[in-house]
Design a protein around this ligand. Structure first.
Ligand code: KIV
Length: 269
């Protein structure tokens, strides 16, 4: 029998040197497939905004949209730890808002929530959420909710001072009580240094191979995204496969080859 993954499991995996496999999912069948493939952590990311809802960034994503997708994923998942992103403005305005919105995600089936950054407000939020029993995954480096502040999606931690700030931030989220931290698009050697300095697991994306685990976006690794990013790899080309299948379907309908007798029902008149 496959054991249920919990936040404790991830800490044990780090201690044992076992790599953590994390992946985003946004609906019921994807959750079932991720579980069947033995993925350890499923994140209902606010990347649902870019990947599924057609927004240009994650910033327009609303709590209602997160809850809608989270509930579908919850129904499909048995084994993996289910983490939900707190969308932009659901935790930035006040700690009370954050507690209320994180609580709504937990009530919808999440087992932990993820917040971006390590500002004083975010650290206070992490402590408040843990105070009411909600585990928190932190997220540092290229945090997409700050894209306008960064001036685009670019590598973080380029200079010595940026690197020092990220090392401090990682320590701060651990001290605040986060059970793990996502490191996004930072130099691999910096991610390695942070990983070695923390007790909690680091989960990289565009952060090299030395993190305790890796997270990727469903649409990127399956080739469903229109673009290929440097830090992702297509393990399948489903966009091409699906488009090809849809063309065959359309051709068959137009040529009256589908449906055939095989897919039709006849009764005696
Ligand atoms: O929203 C998301 O998909 C994420 C991952 C890229 C870590 O935050």
């Amino acid at each position: 029998m496959v054991e249920k993954v919990t936040t404790r499991t991830l800490l044990q995996m780090k201690r044992r040197g076992q790599r953590i496999v994390a992946l985003t999912a946004y609906d019921y069948p994807s959750a079932q497939m991720a579980d069947a493939a033995g993925v350890d952590v499923v994140l209902v990311g606010d990347s649902v905004g870019n990947t599924v809802l057609g927004y240009e960034t994650t910033l327009p994503v609303q709590m209602e949209e997160m809850l809608h997708h989270l509930k579908a994923v919850r129904r499909g998942l048995k084994h993996a730890l289910l983490v939900a992103d707190m969308p932009f403005l659901s935790y930035g305005a006040s700690v009370d808002d954050a507690v209320y919105n994180a609580g709504a995600l937990i009530q919808a089936g999440a087992e932990a929530v993820k917040v971006e950054g390590a500002s004083a407000r975010v650290l206070e939020t992490i402590r408040a959420l843990i105070g009411i029993g909600i585990p928190v995954m932190a997220h540092l480096g290229l945090t997409p909710q700050s894209v306008h502040q960064f001036g685009g999606y670019r590598l973080q931690g380029r200079t010595a001072s940026e690197q020092e700030a990220l090392v401090q931030a990682a320590q701060a989220v651990q001290d605040a009580g986060a059970f793990s931290v996502v490191l996004e698009v930072i130099p691999a050697n910096l991610a390695q240094q942070i990983t070695q300095s923390l007790q909690i697991p680091t989960i990289g994306i565009g952060a090299g191979v030395h993190c305790d685990g890796e997270i990727q976006v469903w649409h990127d690794i399956l080739g469903l995204s229109a673009h290929t990013l440097r830090h992702t790899k297509r393990f399948a080309d489903l966009r091409e496969t699906i488009t090809h299948a849809l063309r065959q379907y359309a051709d068959a309908v137009r040529a009256k080859q589908f449906p055939s007798a095989e897919q039709s029902f006849e009764v005696e008149p």
